[in-house]
Design a protein around this ligand. Structure first.
Ligand code: FAD
Length: 389
């Protein structure tokens, strides 16, 4: 008789682990919601970057702490992930800035259904409406009163944002009660709050600030942000969130500097502006960039070109806070690595493995999050299989 693996959670981490264990083990997934993969589908409403094409050390360096996820990422890299997806008839392509998407026309629900179909074909049982309330090395307890015995368990319970998808992070209390070390959840890839002037949003809410650079504490990032009613969101913001959080904790607010023309020097811009005060046309500033410049520049500064150009190259904007955890694309915090063995089993319960966003690693958007989940899901599956080899 096959040994049994119970996998708790129905996100991408759980699904890949189930796939790779199902030939050797009797695998059952237990998900507390009525359906699986709800956050995966939410991810699909945005960019749906399944992974990122960065190679080798560049890929690994996108994660923190990278040393703790190096082994899973090299064992099941973005190349392996794309091959696996292709095997399931989910072809992918590399888009701009290395983001990897399902080929055009393939909807997120089709990706999820394709994976689910393959799991069912391989004999995996999927039980929804099962909320884990306790566990030990051999047994799982669910809110409906059922006790399930399993040779191995995998907990893939997710982070703590977008609670309506089921990923509410409540499991952290159970872990704390058991003396398993965790860190409080924090919003990771999330928006920042900026106080806009009265009329600014009327014309510019939802519009992009393309090709900008942001400087913070000597770190410069290039990319794009979107103007929102609360401040700014986007791929240039997310990698700065942990730095911003530290500064906010220290000082209550933080100044970032936005370079509106990162591809031009101040000298070049000065020549282009000449005697004109028409920054918008002479420097080819988009309406959003021009409005942003005017928001944070006095008339006197605007007219004094040496100051005005300095503002174009380093516009100081005060960040007053981060958006709430529930709105974040991902959360930092969760299960600490020191609670885990190298194979990601719990030191306190060696037959219970953990994987995915519930562990305290962090990465920017752009496909790195799902890659981290798939890689760590594969990693625990591989080690459970090795235990029985
Ligand atoms: C708006 C948005 C856009 C995103 N876009 C992208 C993107 O484009 N690319 C990318 O790489 N990542 C993206 N992500 C992040 C990505 O979706 C997550 O990192 C990923 O889904 C985490 O996978 P997981 O399996 O670890 O956890 P989850 O997908 O969160 O799944 C955990 C599951 O566990 C279940 N669960 C929790 N507690 C229990 C319990 N006690 N008992 C039983 N079940 C339980 C939950 O209901 C949930 O279904 C996005 C996220 C959001 C919110």
């Amino acid at each position: 008789m096959k040994k049994s693996v119970a996998i708790i959670g129905g996100g991408p981490t759980a699904l890949i682990a189930a796939y790779f264990l199902s030939d050797q083990f009797a695998v059952t997934i237990y998900e507390k919601e009525k359906t699986i993969g709800r956050k995966f589908l939410v991810a699909g409403k945005g960019g749906f970057n399944l992974t990122n094409a960065k190679k080798g050390n560049d890929l690994i360096a996108s994660y923190s702490p990278s040393v703790k996820v190096r082994n899973p990422l090299t064992t099941f890299s973005n190349k392996h992930l794309r091959m696996w997806l292709a095997q399931l008839y989910i072809p992918t392509y590399e888009g701009s800035s290395g983001r990897v998407f399902p080929e055009e026309g393939i909807k997120p629900i089709s990706v999820l259904r394709r994976i689910e179909y393959n799991l069912l074909e391989k004999g995996v049982h999927i039980n929804t409406g099962y909320e884990l309330t306790d566990f030990n090395n051999e047994q799982l307890t669910f809110a409906n009163g059922e006790l399930i015995k399993a040779d191995y368990s995998i907990l893939a319970l997710g982070g703590a944002s977008w609670k309506k998808t089921g990923s509410n992070g409540n499991w952290i209390h159970l872990f704390n009660q058991k003396g398993i070390k965790t860190s409080p959840f924090e919003a990771a890839n999330c928006g920042i709050t900026v106080k806009w002037g009265p009329d600014f949003l009327v014309a510019h809410e939802g519009k992009p600030l393309k090709n900008i650079a942001i400087n913070l504490s000597g770190q410069e990032l290039k990319g794009e942000a979107t103007i929102t009613h609360y401040g700014l969101e986007g791929n240039i913001i997310y990698p700065l969130v942990s730095l911003i959080r530290n500064e906010l904790n220290k000082n209550g607010s933080v100044l970032i500097e936005i370079d509106l023309k990162p591809h031009n020097t101040a000298e070049e811009l000065k020549i282009r502006l000449g005697n004109s005060n028409n920054y918008k046309d002479k420097l080819q500033l988009s309406p959003q960039k021009n409005a942003l410049l005017k928001q944070f520049t006095t008339k006197a500064e605007y007219i004094d070109h040496s100051v005005g150009i300095q503002k174009v190259k380093a516009l100081p904007i005060c960040i007053e806070g981060l958006r709430p955890i529930d709105e974040a694309i991902s959360t930092a915090g969760g299960l600490d690595f020191e609670s885990l063995n190298d194979n990601y089993s719990l030191k306190a319960f060696p037959n219970v493995f953990c994987a995915g966003e519930m562990i305290n690693w962090d990465a920017p958007t752009g496909g790195f999050l799902l890659q981290g989940c798939f890689s760590t899901g594969f990693w625990v599956a591989k080690h459970i299989a090795l235990n029985e080899a």
